[in-house]
Design a protein around this ligand. Structure first.
Ligand code: MF3
Ligand code: CO
Ligand code: CO
Length: 279
């Protein structure tokens, strides 16, 4: 007979017949909450620095130093060989923009994607920032990307399916005249940075069948494009993802835990845009 320490019985590690980790006990849930709470705190720390003239590598360095000073670990640094702490995706860059000498200028839009490891658990989130005075077109795209994340969040319930998220986000984006990136998706997150289930932001019949049981932890991170949904990876750095037509792309991301009562948004910030925010 095996006894477990703690006040809860250990659940199965994965949902039946899947590779989806289930975080059913309070100890695991508090651990992922703490990681996401810290990650959100990093976003609040960096927010005032996103201004005209700062370079993307300066932003990266600020986040690296803050994370280390607080005793935590940057998740991206060294992940599959990624060279930096954060991703900085400017204008036509869809995601995985590598920080460097580029200085933010008036009318840019820039996505800052942060992931931190706290006691072995990951928090993952991103926001797109308007730099100075942006065009009405760019502002409308950023608004739609932000709103589409919330549309996705409201589309899910305990024991719902992954496809509910993609259906809702895809329809919303198309109604606004935007395309949804397909090659990059949301993902399970927790003890690992990327795990099952995959979360496409369009209705994918195959992966969409997965059931979102209570205890499933995952991201929603839709990338909306002004023009084509097609992307290409920079051949020089092997990371930076751009729209094929070089038109603008915008993204927001939260880490979400499905609880017995519904989705809990784990990466809410104190100072950032809340649901319903108008850019
Ligand atoms: N944070 C990104 C995501 O949302 C992943 C970045 S992986 C890296 O999944 F290696 F590019 F950092
Ligand atoms: Co993510
Ligand atoms: Co991310």
């Amino acid at each position: 007979m095996t006894f477990f320490r703690g006040n809860t019985i250990r659940p199965p590690v994965v949902a039946p017949h899947t590779k989806i980790p289930i975080y059913a006990n309070l100890v695991d849930r508090e651990a992922i909450r703490a990681a996401c709470r810290f990650n959100a705190q990093v976003m609040d720390f960096i927010r005032p620095h996103i201004q005209i003239g700062i370079s993307t590598s300066e932003i990266d360095e600020l986040v690296y130093n803050y994370t280390i000073e607080q005793g935590h670990t940057p998740a991206c640094l060294g992940y599959n060989g990624y060279p930096n702490t954060i991703c900085t995706s400017v204008n036509e860059v869809v995601c995985h923009g590598v920080p460097g000498g580029y200085r933010l200028k008036d009318a840019d839009i820039v996505n800052i994607d942060l992931t931190t490891i706290v006691r072995g658990w990951h928090g993952d989130q991103s926001e797109t920032f308007l730099v100075g005075n942006v065009s009405p077109e760019a502002r409308r795209l950023v608004q739609a990307a932000f709103d589409s994340l919330w549309v996705g969040i409201h589309a899910i319930k305990p024991f719902g399916r992954v496809i509910d998220i993609g259906r809702a986000i895809y329809r919303f984006a198309k109604d606004q005249g935007y395309e949804i990136v397909r090659e990059f998706q949301g993902h399970g997150v927790g003890r690992a940075f990327h795990q099952e289930p995959g979360i496409p932001h369009f209705p994918d019949q195959q992966t969409g069948k997965a059931v979102i049981r209570p205890g499933t932890c995952f991201t929603i991170e839709p990338m909306l494009n002004e023009g084509t949904w097609k992307t290409e990876v920079d051949i020089t750095d092997g990371w930076t993802v751009r729209t094929q037509d070089r038109r603008l792309s915008a993204q927001f991301e939260h880490t979400i835990l499905m609880t017995e009562k519904g989705p809990e948004i784990m990466t809410l910030t104190k100072d950032g845009p809340r649901e319903g925010h108008k850019f």
